[in-house]
Write a protein that binds this ligand. Structure first.
Ligand SMILES: Nc1ncnc2c1ncn2[C@@H]1O[C@H](COP(=O)(O)OP(=O)(O)OP(=O)(O)O)[C@@H](O)[C@H]1O
Ligand SMILES: [Mg+2]
Length: 247
């Protein structure tokens, strides 16, 4: 589904943040990229969403190379990729349901949504997505009143409203307590399976990577340090690799 091939990125400052980086994520799979601060994790996700234009390499979504697209074609292709950030960044004074439904905006004409709002069917599906993340009861609550863990689940429901094929998450558990962090990882794993989403999640917690990933990829200095199926590696090995190869 998502294939990143030999990706390199040099910032205008001259800093080379990614070098020949490759990975694949299939539908139904949760892949974790594990790396220390400054290793290039966010840069990688920004390249995949084409917020940054890679210096070299390709980003394939099925048969489409995002690096070859511009303008409206790029905008449409990007709808296939939804992003969840470290902070949920919800509109605090809007209801939870409105926040979730806003994920569908990109699929509708701006003119229509400005004058007539989203079609009622989108609000119905937004309720469905809220139920999927276990928060159906909070639809009418103001988003500003949610706990960190709830807000992150709403951000995931908003990403689902976009109806993506790929879900990208940049340290989605960084500001959560351990229990809420486990819940978010469990949710990402379940959505990968039930929605056949290709999920790529950036983390720096070895334990979470080991517990939930189908593959664990280490990144160090913008390069691949290791890429292993979780079933073929022990927790100790992931720790060792992370400390010696990635962190
Ligand atoms: N806009 C920028 N201009 C120049 N250099 C940048 C820019 N953004 C990031 N960098 C550099 O690129 C490298 C990778 O940064 P990146 O933010 O991708 O790391 P990260 O793995 O996400 O780190 P963290 O765990 O702290 O979020 C770092 O050395 C960083 O200083
Ligand atoms: Mg980062």
């Amino acid at each position: 589904m998502l294939r990143v091939r030999d990706l390199s990125l040099r910032y205008p400052t001259g800093k080379v943040a990614l070098t020949d980086f490759s990975l694949s994520v299939e539908p139904g799979e949760l892949v974790v990229v594990l790396g220390g601060n400054g290793s290039g994790k966010t840069t990688l996700l920004r390249c995949i969403t084409r917020t940054l234009k890679p210096t070299a390499g390709g980003i394939w979504l099925g048969d489409t190379n995002l690096c070859g697209l511009e303008g409206e074609k790029l905008r449409r292709a990007r709808l296939e990729l939804a992003m969840v950030w470290q902070s949920a960044s919800l509109v605090r004074r809007s209801s939870v349901l409105t926040n979730v439904a806003s994920g569908a905006l990109g699929r509708h004409s701006t003119l229509r949504t400005v004058f007539a709002g989203l079609p009622p069917a989108e609000l119905a599906s937004a309720r469905g997505h809220l139920a999927e993340v276990g928060l159906a009861d909070l639809a009418e609550q103001r988003a500003g009143t949610l706990s960190g863990g709830q807000a992150q689940r709403v951000a995931i429901a908003r990403a689902l409203a976009q109806r993506p094929r790929v879900l990208l998450a940049d340290e989605p558990v960084a500001s959560l307590d351990p229990e809420a962090a486990e819940e978010i990882m469990r949710l990402l794993q379940r959505l990968a399976r039930s929605e056949r989403l290709a999920v790529l999640c950036v983390l720096h917690q070895v334990e979470l990577a080991y517990a939930y990933a189908d593959r664990v990829i280490g990144i160090r200095g913008g390069r691949i340090a290791f890429d292993l199926p979780r079933s073929q590696v022990s927790r100790e090995e992931v720790h060792r690799l992370y400390i010696h190869e990635a962190a």
